[in-house]
Design a binder for this molecule. Structure first.
Ligand code: BES
Ligand code: MN
Ligand code: ZN
Length: 492
């Protein structure tokens, strides 16, 4: 969606719709002016409680020539004293979703005037760009019924600096493009988004943004000894890969941050096969790698002054005569041996080799993102990603980044004693222990492969995909992780 700016007065600007924020307990000048132009209609709506400004509610009115805007879309902001960044972001998402329902393709907004001037512009742009997302690539029927947004015009106070405003909008839209890339990749079905497809996507990204690119194909993975990644990929005719992207925005000597994504393009569970119901959702098991690609794109677009490496361990987890199986012992890339007790615990297998590989960069920090455990969904639902790590500063920074950007994370403990159930009689480790504390034992397993490197693990199993629409994430893929990483990296 195109975003324009104008210094027209909201009462004089012509557009198909004007979006106005409304508090439950306060009225600003603009609201009062609109009310007056509409002969007290807004006041009526409040008195009759048809629209009282509650959070994330909307009301669309036709102005019938009383205002140059054809329609007025009121968006609830709740109590004035409770308006925070996330509320404003969500209000913008709620508004744009209501406009989609009404099929209003272009509109003007003054929502940003309700928030703090330092941040409101970005928040409204972000909410709008995220809330207007729709994945309809495979809808071929009723083409003429399909709807696409044209543009939004931000109405600014007279005397606003256009250049600064434009660059603020541009930076926000670069980040949202990253989120949209991640959402697209996660939305794609497993027969399209294969390991080869992820590698091609990364290659194109590298070409566009002048990143270093490398992909390790099957034979090279075998030669290198990435046997854990190879083992998971063995049951599929879609061969596994390790994909590496390097962005240089700082000096040679600056140690990079490494971000690592789980890229299981379909997780059937393998020989420890999953139940059929809901298995289609396992096309989203590459959401960690989608977040890595989205974040690499955004960081390159923003030209951040950091060095960043993105690593993707990708495979399809399938049952087959060649598939790895329970009881197998695999010597991982690090040399640590792993007894397979459940082939459905494949994410930690592909990640352990990627984490070990990442250490060659001597990173200042490494962060992995993975739809790793169903247990994380049980623990935190869809409201927060699980966070674990071995470094207090890194963990706290990610928590703060999560608060600021609205992608919340919640820390789980990683005490050594959680490792008891991961001990094997035959090898160094088992890949799956008891069901209890499943997210933590998975995190504990990963920790065995990071050495002393500062490391954090984000379990996004519950946050990468939502069954019910949210203001800034229509149902489906959320692109979680991209904004969190950018927020974290931006504050380094
Ligand atoms: N990809 C799944 C985890 C998952 C579950 C992601 C639900 C998104 C929604 C992962 O590979 C998996 O199967 N984990 C197992 C681990 C167990 C076998 C130790 C799980 O959570 O049941
Ligand atoms: Mn699995
Ligand atoms: Zn999985």
């Amino acid at each position: 969606m195109k975003i324009d700016i104008s210094t027209d007065s909201p009462l004089k600007h012509t557009s198909p719709a004007l979006v106005v924020g409304c508090f439950e307990d306060a009225r600003d000048e603009l609201f009062t002016a609109c009310d007056k132009a509409l002969d007290g209609c807004l006041d009526r709506l409040a008195v009759s409680r048809e629209f009282s400004g509650k959070v994330n509610t909307t009301r669309l009115l036709h102005t019938l020539g009383r205002l140059p805007a054809e329609r007025l879309l009121l968006v609830g902001l709740g109590k004035r004293s409770e308006l925070d960044n996330e509320r404003l972001r969500q209000a913008a998402g709620t508004a744009v979703q209501a406009l989609r329902v009404a099929r209003v393709a272009s509109f003007a907004t003054v929502l940003h005037l309700s928030g703090r001037p330092e941040a409101a512009l970005e928040l409204v742009c972000e909410g709008t760009l995220l809330g207007s997302y729709c994945f309809d690539r495979y809808k071929t029927r009723d083409r003429d019924e399909q709807f696409g947004f044209e543009g939004m015009t931000l109405l600014l106070p007279k005397g606003s600096d256009r250049k600064i405003t434009r660059s603020r909008i541009e930076r926000t839209s670069v980040v949202c493009q990253g989120v949209r890339l991640a959402r697209d990749l996660v939305s794609q079905p497993g027969n399209v988004a294969t390991p080869a497809f992820l590698a091609e996507t990364a290659r194109e990204l590298a070409k566009q943004h002048k990143l270093e690119f490398r992909v390790y194909e099957y034979e090279e993975l075998e030669e290198l000894g990435m046997n854990a990644l190879v083992a998971v990929g063995k049951g599929s005719s879609e061969l596994p890969r390790l994909i590496v992207l390097e962005y240089r925005g700082a000096g040679q000597k600056d140690r990079p941050v490494v971000i690592i994504g789980k890229g299981i393009t379909f997780d059937s569970g393998g020989i420890s096969i999953k139940p059929g119901a809901g298995m289609e959702e396992m096309k989203t098991d590459m959401a960690g790698s989608a977040a890595v690609l989205g974040a690499m794109q955004a960081v390159a677009g923003l030209k951040l002054n950091i060095n960043l490496v993105g690593i993707i361990a990708t495979a399809e987890n399938m049952p087959d005569g060649k598939a790895y199986k329970p009881g197998d012992v695999i010597t991982s890339f690090s040399g640590t041996t792993i007894e397979i007790t459940n082939t459905d615990a494949e994410g930690r297998m592909v990640l352990c080799d990627a984490l070990h590989y990442a250490r060659r960069y001597k990173p200042s920090a490494m962060i992995d993102l993975a739809t790793l455990t169903g247990a994380c969904v049980v623990a935190l639902g869809h409201e927060a990603s699980g966070l674990m790590g071995n470094n207090r500063h890194l963990v706290n920074s990610l928590k703060l980044a999560g608060e600021r950007c609205g992608e919340r994370v919640w820390e789980l403990p990683l005490w050594d004693s959680y490792g008891e159930t991961m001990k094997s009689d035959i090898a160094d480790l088992k890949n799956a222990g008891s069901r209890d504390g499943g997210s933590i034992t998975a995190g504990w397993f990963l920790k065995q492969f990071v050495g002393a490197t500062h490391w954090a693990h984000l379990d996004i199993a519950g946050t990468a995909w939502v069954d019910k629409s949210r203001p800034c994430a229509p149902k489906g893929a959320t692109g979680v992780g991209v904004r969190l990483l950018i927020e974290y990296l931006n504050c380094l």
